[in-house]
Structure formats: C-alpha cells, structure tokens
Design a protein around this ligand. Structure first.
Ligand code: AMP
Length: 361
C-alpha cells in the first residue's frame, strides 16, 4: 500500500481490542479532534464507553473486519495477540500501525528473542522446547535455574514455570500442556525497568525516562520515575528501544521490558520482552509527562509530529488490582492523587481495575 497521508482533525482511528489500553487511546484521541472506532468481541469492553463508534464481533469475522477497516483511516491495536489473519485482512484495506511484522515478531517469544539476538541485543540465553528431547537439549544449553515459558499467549506470568534443581524434565514439559515453549536462563536481576518510546511515520524517535517497575505475583504493582539507574545505563536501554523500533520499521508507542543486572563491569540491562503497544508501565505519563503515551501513540499513527516526553517530577503509578479499586472514595479525597478507573465489571483478584498516579515536584 502506498504511503498513507497524515490524518487531519476529524480523521478516524480504528482500534482492535477494547480493554483499558484501547479506552485510554480513545480518550487521548478526542482532544486532538480525532474519532475512534473500537472493534472487540466483548459487548462489555471498557473502551466502548469512550469511543465514537463500536463493532462487537469476533476477530475472525471477515465481513465485520472489512466494514470496520472501510469505516476508518488507520488501524492500530491495543493487545499483541491479534490473530495474524486479522492483521493481514485489516492491513489489506487500511494502514496498520504498528505493522504486521512488529506484531508477528513480538507475539511469539521465540521469534522475539531470535530477533533481539540477531540485532546483537543482550537477552538471556534461550532455546526452543517442543517435547522431552528438545527440553533436555535446552537445559544442556541454558542450564538451571531457568524459566520455561509458553511461546504465545503468556502475560502477567501466566504459562511460566521456574525450572530449579530437582524439577524433572517430564514434569516441566507436562506443565506446558503440550504448547510450544521457550526455555530462558534465569536472570538474577536487581530491578525490572522499561523503556516507553515512540517512533513516528517519518522515523522520528522519542523515549520517556526509564521506568522502574515493581511486580507482585508477576503482576505490575507500581511504576517509578525516574528509575534508580545510572544515566549511561538508561541511555543504553533507550538505545536498545531505538534499535528495535528502527529494525521493525515501527510506528507507534512500544514498551521494552528489561532486567537491570549487576555484574563485574557494573550494571547493565538485558531485554526481557517487547510490547508492540502502549504499556501499563507508561500510564504515569498521563499526568507525569508533557505528552501521555496514549497521545504519543495517536500522534505517531496519525502521521503527526511526536510530543515532548519530558517528565514533570517524581512520579509513582500504582495499579488498582481487584478489590483495591473499591478504595476509590479515599483515593479521590487524597490531594494530588490522579485516579483512573477502567469501568470494568467484577473486581476479580489481580484484575487491573484502575490505577492512581502521584506526581511530586
Ligand atoms: P514475562 O511474562 O516474560 O514478562 O515474565 C513475567 C515476570 O517473570 C517478569 O517480569 C520477571 O519478574 C519474571 N521473569 C521472566 N523471565 C525471567 C528470567 N529469564 N529470569 C528471571 N525472571 C524472569
């Protein structure tokens, strides 16, 4: 498809996926005079509340996808498990940002890690695991402790097993339930950090300050900016994100999750994974940076100039998980606390129901 023209105010952005990320993209598009059309299978999708148009249909529904693509100027997605066929169909009608290659590379952990290694970027040692034989070979190459992960559909630590001394090969393979997997060396990290960055259609690149992320039960608990990291380490993390974005001809916001490791030569970063979308560890930018990651994503895919990524102070973003969202009244009473509730139904344990951001100057 020929290089598309930039959008003009009144232009229409299609969003595949109706979760809180899609909701916050739609919320950011409105002040820029852009309309959003959310495509999602669940009629209760949180993004529907704030979008101009909606389509409730399955990602496999070709007729609905075609109508959706025809009704918008550009399409993006808010989760990386968009089926390849869905992306292909949409991209045949309208520009898809980030492109199909970014999606295909990042939705399979093996292709993602291979891509990173081929770019010369630091990753944990890894090897594919499909059965008992390849697991034995992978353990020989990677050693213990290691982390066995399903290649696809893993998030928030789901589909992961820590392979310590004593865990049998058969037992570990059985825990993957027959799904293709990848074995990674366990990284003894000091901290987990992320880079939220954007690349525009014209190749302009902008990154936010590096974020430090604290997890509980594999779920993001809080993000802290600036991260406790040396300036040169932060610069190397940003350089990694830039290299990834350029290699994928990426357009939009991406999140790169990294481990911060102490070694004999000082601290360094190792890449864990790439999220081809706006990211939970970038929610702090709504109040804590001069341009939010959601606006930045809209600007990038619209073919517009990127905004300033400058941080406004010391920022902490805390997720409201499950019943924690019931504290909304107390949080609203706290001066300076910015409360975001996603309009979801049942507050199941661990479910991301909202977040609160505190900026100190
Ligand atoms: P992931 O789904 O790959 O982001 O992994 C979820 C979490 O598991 C990460 O945020 C880490 O806390 C932990 N983890 C994943 N891979 C490794 C690894 N290779 N070494 C140590 N911890 C890991």
């Amino acid at each position: 498809m020929a290089s598309p023209l930039p959008l003009v105010p009144g232009g229409r952005i299609g969003i595949l996926g109706g979760g809180q990320l899609g909701r916050m993209i739609a919320l950011a598009a409105a002040p820029l005079g852009l309309k959003t059309h959310v495509f999602a299978p669940d009629p209760n999708s949180p993004a529907f509340d704030v979008a101009s148009e909606r389509t409730v249909a399955a990602y496999e529904d070709e007729a609905a996808l075609t109508l959706f693509a025809d009704a918008v100027d550009v399409v993006t997605y808010e989760f990386e498990n968009v089926p390849a066929e869905t992306a292909r169909l949409v991209a045949a009608h309208k520009p898809l940002f980030p492109n199909e290659r970014a999606l295909a590379t990042t939705q399979d952990r093996l292709s993602e890690k291979t891509f990173l290694r081929d770019l010369g970027l630091p990753t944990p040692a890894f090897a594919p695991v499909d059965d008992r034989g390849s697991m034995a070979a992978a353990l020989g190459a990677v050693g213990r402790p290691a982390v066995l992960k399903t290649r696809r559909f893993g998030y928030d630590g789901k589909g992961q097993v820590l392979v310590r001394e004593g865990l049998g090969i058969d037992q570990a393979v059985a825990m993957m339930g027959g799904q293709p997997a990848i074995l990674e060396a366990f990284v003894p990290f000091r901290a987990e950090v992320s880079v939220i960055a954007a690349r525009s259609r014209s190749g302009e690149f902008a990154a936010y300050d590096v974020v430090e992320n604290r997890h509980e039960n594999h779920i993001l608990r809080s993000s802290h900016v600036p991260a406790a990291i040396k300036p040169e380490t932060a610069a190397s993390a940003v350089a990694i994100a830039k290299k990834i974005a350029e290699a994928l001809d990426y357009v939009g916001v991406l999140g790169v999750e990294l481990f911060l490791v102490d070694g004999p030569a000082g601290e360094r970063v190792v890449v864990n994974e790439i999220a081809p979308r706006v990211h939970n560890s970038g929610h702090w930018t709504i109040e804590g940076a001069e341009t939010s990651q959601f606006e930045q994503h809209v600007r990038a895919i619209a073919g517009w100039p990127l905004g300033s990524t400058r941080t406004r102070g010391q920022v902490v973003m805390t997720n409201l998980l499950g019943a924690e969202a019931n504290q909304w009244r107390d949080l609203l009473a706290e001066p300076g606390a910015a409360v975001h509730l996603y309009g979801k139904g049942a507050p199941e344990p661990g479910r991301k129901m909202g977040h609160v951001t505190r900026v100190r100057n």
